[in-house]
Design a protein around this ligand. Structure first.
Ligand SMILES: *Cc1c(COP(=O)(O)O)cnc(C)c1O
Length: 375
């Protein structure tokens, strides 16, 4: 038995401590500090967008994105927003908080990203935007989505929270959206513990983001025309994220190395592994996913329990949005079948990809998976 292997562990061996020390020594803790501005400038440049605005986390970044798009383009209440069903709840709940209606599209079997052939079926007169979400480190197929958006005059919101530094046909993820969002949660490629970012190349949009994330203060301080939360990032968080951004290529290379080793070690198991590459991108393996074949009589949950007995932490795949009890209760779900995302939940899980995993740990994990699924 080995020591406990967590599904992820950050490595903080760059300038994190130095930058944090600077915050403490200068007293700049809050959102006016220099690291917030530095992160906005450097991260937007890195993603080929003009402007950035730091936020408290990736979910608040999405809430701001939907809020600001609705405000800027004067979308009516109950306008419809297309979102992948195989996804975290952040985008869907941001729609609901902003009186917009999320409409879900099933995943595609190989990449687990949105099935672009199913998008047009759900477009109505009320549809205003498509949320592109790059799932688990492999980009969505952006080109057909942009074509559809063009044809129906829809806006693009890009949730690149799992795709820092990833590219689609050589162009950075996070650069395709009219507005794009990132998370800097602990397990993301750039981490500040908690944190997020909104990017846009429109000055008007980013000004509106800055307005809504700052209690909707106006020039006449303490007189308000709108309501907005405080979603500002602290200088402490930005300091850590700045240091992490300096090492991002290393982080991505390490993840790719882990991914290709797992592919080698697990190639015989009766399961589908995270897709290695598509013509438009190589997987960056934000996480490494396994989807057990249908003819294996074990669910992901059962396999995960057995792995935990071997001290290996794993995570379930997303639970489809179109099955969420809370959305059912709100009465916003339709009757469309989305079988791929349902299967992914039952048969899928992901395994450790911490940046400091040694080869012997990767071998240990792979051996245990093989033992459970093959012998
Ligand atoms: C992590 C993540 C979020 C939420 O970010 P938080 O910082 O945890 O709020 C949103 N969307 C996707 C695709 C994510 O992976």
């Amino acid at each position: 038995m080995t020591e406990f292997i967590p599904v992820f562990q950050p490595v903080l061996d760059g300038n994190e401590k130095k930058y944090l020390t600077e915050c403490i020594e200068t007293g700049w803790l809050g959102s006016n500090g220099r690291f917030v501005k530095k992160l906005e400038k450097e991260f937007s440049q890195y993603c080929s967008q003009k402007y950035g605005s730091c936020t408290t986390n990736g979910s608040s970044a999405l809430d701001l994105a939907l809020r600001v798009m609705k405000y800027t383009y004067k979308w009516e209440d109950n306008s419809e927003i297309i979102i992948p069903s195989f996804n975290i709840i952040s985008a869907a709940q941001s729609c609901i908080y902003n009186n917009l209606k999320p409409v879900f599209v099933d995943a595609e079997e190989t990449t687990w990203n949105i099935d672009t052939t199913k998008i047009e079926e759900v477009i109505t007169k009320k549809t205003k935007a498509i949320v592109i979400v790059h799932i688990y480190g492999l980009p969505s197929d952006v080109s057909p989505i942009l074509e559809i958006a063009n044809k129906y005059n829809l806006k693009i919101i890009e949730d690149a929270a799992q795709a820092h530094g990833q590219t689609y046909n050589g162009k950075k993820c996070g650069s395709f959206g009219d507005i794009a969002t990132f998370s800097f949660f602990t397990n993301k490629h750039v981490s500040s513990g908690e944190g997020g970012m909104v990017l846009s190349s429109s000055e008007e949009i980013i000004n509106n983001v800055n307005y809504f994330k700052n209690l909707c203060f106006t020039k006449e301080k303490f007189i308000h025309n709108d309501l907005g939360w405080n979603m500002r990032m602290s200088n402490l968080q930005a300091a850590v994220a700045c240091a992490q951004l300096e090492k991002i290529e290393n982080t991505i290379n390490k993840k790719k190395e882990i991914g290709s080793k797992y592919h080698q070690l697990l190639k015989e198991i009766p399961a589908k592994l995270s897709c290695e590459r598509m013509p438009y991108a190589e997987n960056h393996y934000w996480v490494f996913g396994i989807v057990i074949n249908e003819d294996v009589k074990l669910s992901a949950k059962q396999v995960r329990e057995k792995l935990l007995e071997e001290n290996i932490e794993t995570r379930p795949f997303f639970y489809p949005m179109h099955k969420q009890p809370v959305l059912e209760r709100l009465g916003i779900l339709d009757k469309i079948k989305r079988p791929v995302s349902e299967k992914l939940y039952v048969k899928g899980f992901y395994i450790p990809t911490g940046l400091n995993l040694t080869d012997s740990k990767l071998e240990y994990i792979s051996e245990k998976i093989k033992k459970i699924l093959m012998y």
